[in-house]
Ligand binder design. Sequence first.
Ligand code: SAM
Length: 235
Amino acid sequence: MKSVKTKGSLILVSVPIGNMGDLSKRAYEMLKSVDCIACEDTRVTGKLLAKLPIANRPDLISYRDENESYLAEKLAERIDAGEEIALVSDAGTPAISDPGFRLVRECHRRRLAVTSTPGPCAAIAALSISGLPSDGFFFTGFLPPKRAARQRFLKSYQDFGYTIVAYESCHRVSKFINDLVDSLGPNRCICVARELTKKHETVFSGPAYEVLQHIEQGSIKGEFVICIAKDGFVL
Ligand code: SAM
């Protein structure tokens, strides 16, 4: 006898961080077969889907920081009723410095299945090519935007024994590294990974003062990941 399916599932689908070739076959299969795709910006995800051969595009629903609490319940109800729902970010892995945590938590609370098609994540890509110790690390997402708070944060992790991985925008990357030099010293070993997987990818690893010189001499457009090695590490 065929089993009757009563509940659906939530699938976190990782999408490229810059290079379309990084969309996995499994991610593609998932995106074309689900009932609905919850995404940050429907225009961004719409453009991604337009590049794929998908005959019947699933509905897109905008799931953002502003409506996350409300929609987490609504989407979980739909999954409970049998739908397969994919969650994607504009880029990379959902729920990693992006919306998703509340929906995942809601599904766990309701004992609904949560799975993933793993793939691109800027933090992991940067750490893996940084040359900094990667046996253990602390991912902080974005540091506080204000200088004093950022410096306090950096100082509080001065003696932390693992690599710290942070995201930063092009508007603040220079200030971030200047604060890092002030708080942790010019010789602290860091890696700044810019525009990963894209045409203008650049990766600088070395003492913070040297990396800062490179960054300030070159283009500071684009997206950045900053990895900070533990005190005493020399590349
Ligand atoms: N969920 C995403 C992930 O899995 O990587 C991260 C989303 S977070 C809102 C966006 C930040 O990720 C950017 O500001 C930047 O710090 C980093 N980022 C995303 N794509 C990147 C890339 N191609 N190169 C370097 N950093 C990137």
